[in-house]
Design a protein around this ligand. Structure first.
Ligand SMILES: Cc1cc2nc3c(=O)[nH]c(=O)nc-3n(C[C@H](O)[C@H](O)[C@H](O)COP(=O)(O)O)c2cc1C
Length: 453
């Protein structure tokens, strides 16, 4: 089990100036602004307007139907998000193929589920329009889970693209390894086509944009790190990024400009070269090197893929020390350092990629000061959108409080307890906030996590 080091008592931090002081003393000079009004500004992206600079990050609830359609709980989640006021709504990962699910209840985009997915978008938009007179800018995250795939009974069925001694023993979300199979070039070609077909269906469902997911442990991210793979999808930068650009070019060819394209991308993997992306090219060294990440982002912007959401395996991992391995070894993790490094990396990438619009990741760790850091980061040019993940489970109307009251209430924030992860990793069940949304999720936590002791 990992040990997460949490030295700061957020309930005792009085205001953003005090927060700044504490973080500066800890060697973590986050950008901080007491005035968060910058987050209320709309942003123009092509011929569309993103109503404000607050993004709800993709958050899967592991709660679709067996068939892969949205369930009542999914409708409930997006209803809460729509009422909450965030202008950029990044819908959770949805798989492009039946064999690419990371849990047995992940949504699948296919002809038989598209009607219900469209109803989800329509109802969510209508709720936002009723509350604020406008809909959010809607992104759908498309993925194939690759080495994180599981079957209908949660058995790990990992499809890898290259051997990785650091993580081959840990594939599924619950740490199962399963028996690795390796995708042939033909299988990768098939997956590319499936992404393109999924984008076509996304237009039908009414999304503004599709995210070709290149982050976390999923297949397109793994391809970026496939230094040791032979053939057309491995080795050189051109080969490792081929699948991503083939998908983007294929979507444009089929759809022209009828849907925007964006990506969620790992800045760095926190796994050493030659098994991790965005890392110094010296074997075994845990240190980031953003050269290729920046090059990739520049190429994306040249193709008019301007909206880029920067993540890493998990923001709590630092790209130094043990990185991702700390999780597997049970060594101590300092999530505030991890988050600080990731925001700094986002700034470095943004500085080098004019024309890009960048979403940051990890603000939930900063509890009631996440909005102040979001606003500070936008003002100081670190990123363009403040991205919040778990905060939206706990406090779905945080954006409204930021915009209307210039505040985030500590009594409503995510306490970063990780019980939402426990529900999926230990409980193999549907997830949400056990603390702040108790009615639905506390009984599930008691039944599926606590009963295991
Ligand atoms: C339960 C759960 C589900 C998630 N689902 C997704 C997902 O579908 N796609 C994705 O890119 N990230 C997913 N994430 C990661 C979040 O988007 C986000 O990057 C992470 O929680 C860190 O941000 P935060 O500190 O604001 O929560 C998920 C995280 C959690 C806790």
């Amino acid at each position: 089990m990992q040990k997460v080091y949490k030295p700061f008592k957020f309930s005792q931090i009085q205001n953003s100036a005090h927060f700044s002081e504490i973080m500066n003393e800890a060697g973590l000079p986050f950008p901080v602004s007491a005035d968060m009004s910058v987050l209320a500004e709309p942003v123009q992206l092509g011929n569309k307007t993103i109503p404000n600079r607050i993004c709800i990050q993709p958050l899967e609830g592991f709660d679709g139907t067996r068939e892969g359609a949205p369930s009542d709980l999914i409708f409930r989640r997006y209803n809460r998000f729509a009422k909450g006021g965030a202008g950029l709504l990044w819908y959770e990962s949805i798989t492009i193929a039946d064999d690419g699910r990371c849990n047995p209840l992940q949504m699948i985009i296919k002809p038989s589920t598209i009607k219900e997915i469209k109803r989800l978008v329509d109802e969510t938009d209508r709720t936002a329009i009723n509350a604020f007179g406008r809909k959010p800018y809607n992104v759908l995250q498309l993925t194939h889970s690759g080495r994180r795939s599981v079957d209908a009974n949660w058995k790990s069925t990992p499809l890898a693209v290259v051997a990785n001694p650091y993580i081959d023993h840990h594939n599924a979300i619950d740490g199962q390894s399963g028996t690795l199979s390796f995708a042939t070039d033909e299988k990768i070609e098939q997956i590319i086509q499936e992404f393109i077909e999924a984008a076509v269906l996304s237009v039908e469902a009414g999304f503004d944009s599709v995210d070709i997911k290149v982050c976390h442990e999923y297949i397109l991210r793994e391809l970026l790190a496939a230094f040791n793979r032979p053939g057309k999808f491995g080795g050189s930068f051109e080969n490792r990024s081929r699948a991503l650009f083939d998908i983007i070019d294929g979507v444009r060819k089929r759809l022209g400009n009828s849907i925007d394209i964006c990506v969620r991308l790992n800045a760095y993997d926190c796994i050493p070269y030659p098994h991790g992306w965005g890392m110094v090219k010296e074997e075994g060294v845990m240190a980031p090197d953003l050269t290729e990440t920046i090059k990739l982002c520049q190429m994306l912007v040249e193709r008019d893929v301007r909206l880029i959401n920067i993540s890493t395996m998990m923001p709590r991992y630092q790209p130094y020390g043990r990185g991702y391995l700390a999780e597997l070894e049970g060594s101590e993790i300092h999530p505030y350092k991890g988050t600080y490094h990731l925001l700094k990396a986002t700034k470095e990438i943004k500085d080098a990629v004019p024309g890009g619009l960048f979403v940051c990741t990890g603000l939930t760790w900063l509890e009631q000061f996440g909005g102040n850091v979001g606003a500070g980061g936008v003002k100081e040019g670190w990123f363009d959108f403040a991205g919040f993940g778990r905060q939206a489970f706990a406090y779905p109307d945080f954006a409204k409080d930021i915009i209307e009251k210039n505040t985030m209430y500590h009594s409503k924030t995510c306490i970063t307890c990780d019980k939402c992860y426990d529900l999926i990793q230990k409980g193999h069940t549907t997830t949400g906030c056990v603390i702040r949304d108790q009615e639905v999720y506390l009984p599930l936590y008691r039944k599926y996590v606590q009963k295991q002791g």
